[in-house]
Design a protein. Sequence first.
Length: 599
Amino acid sequence: MTHRIQALPTQLVNQIAAGEVVERPASVVKELVENSLDAGATRIQVDAERGGSKLIRVTDNGSGIDKDDLALALSRHATSKLQALDDLERIASMGFRGEALPAIASVSRLSLASRRDGATAAWQIDGAGAEPAPAALPAGTRVSVHDLFYNTPARRKFLRTDKTEFGHVEQVVKRLALVRHDVAFALNHNGREVFAAAGAADRAAHERRLGDLLGPAFLDDALFFDHAAAGLRLSGWVARPAFSRSQADMQHFYVNRRMVRDKLVTHAVRQAYQDVLYHGRHPAYVLFLELDPVLVDVNVHPTKHEVRFREGRLVHDFLFRTLHDVLAEPVTAVAGEDPGAGRAPAAADPAPLQHGMPLRVAERRAAYRAAEAWQAPSSLPGTSTVGADSAATAALATAHDSDADAQPLGFAIAQLHGVYVLAQNAAGLVVVDMHAAHERITYEAFKRARDGDGIKSQPLLVPVSVAVSRREADLVEQHHAVFGELGMQVDRLGEQSLVVRALPALLRDADAEGLLRDVLADLVVHGDSRRILERSNAVLGTMACHASVRANRRLGIEEMNALLRDIERTERSGQCNHGRPTWTQLDMAALDRLFLRGR
């Protein structure tokens, strides 16, 4: 049956909008708290009952709303945050569409009370179309949302248990509290205080809030940094790879103080952790990206969780390089200090000469064979003998009791069961997994050798033809130099046909067609590809594992101290390339607790 076109009733329009903006009680809390932040509030209280389905109340001490604007605040597309089209190009506020309040009001019983700073009285309006009435309220605004989805039972039945829904509410408030550390937050559920956080004026107070919201374990393993370049600034905390998670539940990313979920960001972070994390594990971080609002479009989705960067490639590379440099930080401090405090990552200095831990003849020969077969470097770095440095190392070992604070990892005192090296430093005891540590040292040395000579290419005996789309064939022509840098020779045969004539020597036995398609997929989505580099690294990791010192091999003091010095000089030395930790610190306080000293 054909119906005439007609305008939808305002209430139905608002309910349709609510379907996009209001998914569950947590969505309501997010919109209301962001409105409070836009109003300049320094104190925000959130009260919820029955997971938020019965009541959500957000009270703030912000700038408030005039009596004459209360009714307008509940009408669609009414906002104080945008005045002209130019404002849409550089949005700095959390909200801007003017949709949230009317959408929420259409699926609940909403009450809005507010008092302007300096006004003699507060005014309240109960639902759209009502007249303002006097109310008792200090300066600020209070929004009360009763019986969410009472008039849309189909939506209400999709709500989960009160515990589950409040869990989402709590997560939203905590995520907002992480980025707006200058604002005091309080959250209550069914009349019980869940958490309260005072405003944090400095970094130390901000870190205390992080510890309260994410747990002290995160802070113990987090590196703080602050880096700016090319008009972008990235700061925050990234957890060391040893503090990984089974799920992505501790990943907080903010763009201009707006919490977002973005595939480009996720990809850049994953690449930064590429060879320091177990497969299937997820990194933890709290990161703040700041850039000119003109360079980011936040008007992508009604929930404003998604953004679109105008210079996506620049942002991706900046994120990757910054985090890569932070995670590559060598050992520079003993436990208890903050090696990343106030750190601004910069281009790494040339790697110092690696004296390396000497390998036995059989181990050295195996390493040489592997390197020559795959990459043919001029020498095997990271495994040269102590040689002329033996006397110096021995002298340091002899004097380790008095000079333990001269080196972050101190000096070796013993070997345990041919597996662990025990060392004494200024803080206490260092325990090193010698195979995992030497594996990382050798792996990084292999990568430096490869990067110094470039990725070597090897022609295929039989070139491989690959049928592709016209767009993919065009990409190969546009990025022909990129393929050459990756050690691949790929030519175009026709409108929708390519031929692979050479592969990287390290990947000569790889599936040429599959590798090409993976690289093309990366180019389509991200504009570049690290696929070959990642696969090459996997091969080098296997080589490093086989070339590294084995368990149950007895080491002398000189060898153990050479290993400690190499750990201190090597990037990402806190874990092997499989993600296992290479060393751990037990300070004197921890040792004293083991033996109940001082009790």
